[in-house]
Structures are given as structure tokens and as C-alpha cells.
Design a protein around this ligand. Structure first.
Ligand code: SAM
Length: 214
């Protein structure tokens, strides 16, 4: 099957059929070519219903997970969003299709360089990149309408929460290093209001306010 057909099939069967309704998210997932974010040898599997390895023990998240995390942030054309864990840059591209500006931090320099090159070659001009510990956030660009954390954390990192706007939303997998619960944290009158969704498994968020490196 051609990639275009695989992408439409993925959106219909994995995204829309499972209840994603945000038109911005659906359109972004019909626009960003996921097979360009994995090694050529894995391109045929890029639209499958699973995560794939991207090197250095890290993964590109399952398409449905990307869609559901993005939808729960309730973003729009004027949103400014912070992403922790650039990885392949696929989730970054989805955010860049929807939002005014995306700030993305990755701790592994090799992944950041590859993602940055890929996204710049694709013509995105609304993404700022940084190599470093994302649990410390990006204070110069704060506050953000949304913060999306693509790695599993033991808790809500305080510094990241402080960089969220009033009424802003953070999405974060919280739990131990083997399994987490997808959690939305809203800032209401300066306080955390948490809502838990379903179980998930992400690579660990490693940093000062995450897990220690082995
Ligand atoms: N969203 C990515 C994509 O579409 O390819 C998938 C990201 S992968 C599941 C999680 C990423 O978080 C990994 O690339 C990992 O190196 C990164 N990461 C883990 N801890 C981090 C931290 N403290 N700061 C920045 N990145 C971190």
C-alpha cells in the first residue's frame, strides 16, 4: 500500500474510530508523513498501531498516543506549547501544524540534531529547539498554554507546572518506570487540578525533577 493510503487508513482506524474528534489534530495527522520520522528500514511499519525504535533506546510514540495527548491539551492557532522529549520530531511536527509556536527540549543530543534537521528541511519555521534537561523547562519562553511530556515521570515537575499559564494544561504520564497513567494537570487559580485517564508505558523522563539516570 502507498504511504498516503496507509496514513488515511491509520487516521480512520486508529484515531477517528477510537474517538478523537479535534479537527486540528485529525488534519495534522493527515498532513505529517510519519514514515519520514523513522529509519528507512522501518518506513513500511510507520503507520502501524505501535511505537517504533528511533535509536539510543528511545521510541516514536504510537500514533493514537500522539493524537490523544495533543487533543487533551485543547490547543489552537494562537497557542504556544512546550514539548519535553523531541525524540524523532513527529509529535513536534503535529504540534507545529496546530499551534503558533512550539518549544521542544530533548536530552539526547544525537536525537535532537536529527529531529531539528528533519523538521527544518520540511520547512517548519515555528519550532525552537533545545538540548538539555526538559524537567527544568524553558523559563525565557514561559508561560505556555500547554506542556506535553512524552516520557514517564514519578510526579508533576514543579518547575514545569510553574511555567504553565493560568488555565493552561499539561499532559504527562505519571507512575513508576514500567507503567504510568496518562494525566492532565490544569492550573486553576495557581493550583494543580489533576485528571487521570488510562494506563500507558513510556520511556523514563530522566532529569532533576524526573528519574535519575542509571
Ligand atoms: N515525541 C517523540 C516522537 O514523536 O518521536 C517521542 C519521544 S520518546 C517517547 C521520549 C523522549 O524523551 C526520548 O527521546 C528521551 O530521550 C526524551 N527525554 C527523557 N527525559 C528527558 C528530559 N529530562 N528532557 C528532555 N528529553 C527527555
Amino acid at each position: 500500500m502507498e504511504f498516503e493510503k496507509k496514513m488515511c487508513f491509520m487516521v480512520e482506524n486508529q484515531i477517528v474510530r477510537r474517538g478523537i474528534v479535534d479537527e486540528g489534530v485529525i488534519q495534522a495527522m493527515l498532513t505529517v508523513k510519519r514514515h519520514l520520522f523513522v529509519e528507512e528500514a522501518m518506513a513500511e511499519s510507520a503507520y502501524g498501531d505501535f511505537p517504533l525504535p528511533i535509536g539510543d533506546g528511545q521510541t516514536i510514540s504510537q500514533p493514537y498516543m500522539v493524537a490523544v495527548m495533543t487533543e487533551k491539551l485543547k490547543l489552537g492557532k494562537e497557542s504556544r506549547v512546550l514539548e519535553i522529549g523531541t525524540g524523532s520530531g513527529y509529535q513536534t511536527a503535529i504540534l507545529a501544524e496546530i499551534c503558533e509556536r512550539v518549544y521542544s527540549i530533548e536530552r539526547i543530543a544525537m536525537l535532537e540534531r536529527k529531529a531539528r534537521k528533519r523538521l527544518e528541511e520540511m520547512g517548519y519555521t515555528n519550532i525552537a529547539f533545545k538540548i538539555g534537561d526538559g524537567t527544568l523547562g524553558w523559563s525565557e519562553a514561559a508561560p505556555f498554554d500547554g506542556i506535553l511530556i512524552t516520557a514517564g515521570s514519578p510526579k508533576v515537575p514543579d518547575l514545569l507546572f510553574s511555567q504553565l499559564k493560568e488555565e493552561g494544561r499539561m499532559i504527562i504520564p505519571i507512575g513508576n518506570s514500567f507503567s504510568q497513567t496518562l494525566t492532565v494537570v490544569r492550573k486553576v487559580k495557581g493550583k494543580k487540578v489533576e485528571e487521570s485517564f488510562f494506563g500507558c508505558t513510556f520511556v523514563p523522563l530522566i532529569g532533576r525533577e524526573g528519574w535519575e539516570e542509571d
